[in-house]
Design a protein around this ligand. Structure first.
Ligand code: PHE
Length: 406
């Protein structure tokens, strides 16, 4: 039965109670913006790749890092979560946060999903770039599809200790976990990896934002690294979160069959970085096929300092919608955000939950959302906006079981 199967990248999957990916989301699979040489995301990706190619060269004169930028965005739950030690009850697995194809497959929520397969295949150092999918709020810097660049680097004992006799040195011990190290790492091992990781990323940040960029390290937590950090850069007076990183959990390497190496990993989101570097004001622009956008990057190389110029700004149009939530079924604001995108497409600029109210007698909950409409190439008329707004209302009634308030 055609209705019960779903086609993704030429493969058929049986729909089940986990399936929540929409045709609108699937239409982004295969666009591969990061592979387009003259697209801002392709330019930024190549800038980072070239930096790693030129800065990290092995004894034979070849780059240390291999690049994987065509791995399928369809991954298993095992790849995206289990292989990275993400607990079964972790919030990042929720159906309200991911795009599931079926109970065993999803559109990857991070490019870290490829870490274990790459390391298992014998690769010690890699960069991987790709599109990732997350159900999220809607505003000028959030879009359910974005791009990440992940990296990992492994070291053997002789790569860490360059002296002749390393027989008395141990990378591992049977110790305790502290804020600085995992239980199986010696403090020296942990401090070496932390120093290498931070030096590598500070160099990258200075390459991207200039030699005197102000940067700071913030402690963080990821299930797959310890210790973990985030790097922030001061940009126009605001601290901008650039990336997450840390020392790879030794248990992950052990699961890959590796007992004699240690390593670090990081993951960078490309859109927010590109928005700052090229001064692109709205994340939806990356998906634009309009030549007014694309031509501004047509002659660029990865290192040219392009500044995006807004051709003209079309006005916003704001419309609110209030409804009672269904009584018997679960409702998450992300369900509504997806529906708004599904119906309204890219004329939706922002959706915000502006009011929540619990009726004391009926015990029903009401939500009010403010929807901001804006077309990127023309002025929307009130009639056009009202038509979309009404469609959103009736689809929300039909599919989510809400009851509109008028
Ligand atoms: N996957 C993490 C994220 O999406 C980033 C990360 C990658 C952190 C690798 C640590 C190591 O936020």
């Amino acid at each position: 039965n055609e209705k019960e199967t779903i086609d993704v990248c030429g493969k058929k999957y049986q729909r089940d109670e986990w399936t929540n990916v929409t045709p609108k989301i699937l239409s982004h699979v295969g666009r591969n913006l990061h592979l387009q040489e003259k697209h801002p995301l392709g330019l930024l990706k190549n800038r980072i790749v070239n930096h790693f190619y030129s800065q990290y060269i092995g004894r034979t004169g070849n780059p240390i890092f291999s690049v994987f930028d065509r791995l399928s965005p369809v991954v298993t739950v095992e790849q995206n979560f289990d292989s990275l030690l993400i607990p079964k009850n972790h919030i990042s697995r929720l159906k309200s946060d991911c795009y599931y194809i079926d109970s065993g497959h999803l559109l990857r929520a991070h490019t870290t999903a490829h870490q274990v397969e790459l390391i298992k295949s014998g690769i010690d150092s890699y960069l991987t770039v790709g599109d990732v999918y997350r159900r999220d709020e809607i505003d000028s810097s959030h879009y359910p599809v974005f791009h990440q660049l992940d990296a990992a680097r492994l070291y053997s004992k002789h790569e860490i200790y360059k002296q002749e006799d390393i027989s008395g040195i141990n990378l591992f011990e049977n110790g305790d976990e502290t804020a600085e190290k995992q239980e199986v790492h010696t403090l020296d091992t942990a401090l070496f990896l932390q120093a290498e990781l931070k030096a590598c990323l500070e160099k990258l940040a200075r390459n991207l934002f200039g030699e005197d960029a102000e940067i700071r390290w913030v402690e963080s937590v990821f299930p797959f690294t310890h210790p973990s950090f985030e790097l922030e850069v001061l940009y126009n007076g605001n601290w901008l979160e650039l990336l997450g990183c840390g020392v790879m959990k030794q248990e992950i390497l052990a699961n890959c069959g590796i007992t004699d190496k240690v390593g670090w990993a990081f993951g960078i989101g490309l859109e927010r970085l590109a928005m700052r570097l090229y001064q692109i004001p709205d994340i939806r622009l990356f998906w634009s096929q309009d030549t007014g956008f694309l031509n501004q990057f047509r002659k660029a190389t990865p290192t040219s300092p392009v500044t995006y110029k807004t051709i003209s700004v079309f006005p916003q149009c704001t419309n609110d919608m209030s409804f009672w939530l269904p009584e018997s079924t679960a409702f998450s604001p992300n369900d509504f955000y997806d529906l708004v995108r599904q119906v309204g497409g890219d004329v939706i600029e922002q959706v915000t939950l502006i009011d929540e109210f619990n009726h004391p007698k009926t015990k029903l909950t009401s939500h009010c959302y403010r929807i901001v409409y804006r077309h990127m190439q023309k002025t929307l008329t009130k009639t056009e906006v009202n038509r979309v707004h009404e469609d959103i209302g009736s689809e929300a009634t039909r599919l989510l079981g809400v009851k509109l308030r008028v």
